[in-house]
Ligand binder design. Structure first.
Ligand SMILES: [Zn+2]
Length: 113
């Protein structure tokens, strides 16, 4: 994959993660308000349990988006250093199709976690 294509895909991936984080920020703020309204410290309160579940789901999605941004930033650094597109484990080129789908990938399919 040429560097310009990789940079464009990585920029799109980062922008998507930034949008996700913005959406989740708004969602988490709304959940926090709902939690205050519901006085959901009581874990036996069904509404409180739902709010706690929604909050943990939103937190998990936020962590995933933050990890995505870190992975994208690391991929941009590899591009800058001229070592983008090789597997970090075996050194073989990562297939084009995998980089199209996951431009932040730093391993081949075989060595993906
Ligand atoms: Zn590999």
């Amino acid at each position: 994959m040429d560097a310009a294509r990789a940079r464009a895909l990585l920029a799109d991936a980062d922008a998507a993660a930034v949008r996700t984080l913005a959406d989740l920020g708004a969602e988490i703020a709304a959940i926090t308000v709902a939690r205050q309204d519901a006085n959901s410290d009581d874990e036996h309160d069904p509404e409180g349990a739902t709010i706690a579940y929604e909050r943990s789901q939103a937190d998990a999605l936020r962590r995933a988006a933050e990890e995505r941004r870190a992975a994208v930033a690391a991929a941009v650094a590899r591009l800058d250093e001229g070592r983008y597109g090789g597997c970090a484990r075996c050194g073989r080129p990562i297939p084009e199709g995998r980089l199209e789908a996951r431009p932040w990938a730093d391993t081949c399919v075989e060595h993906a976690r």
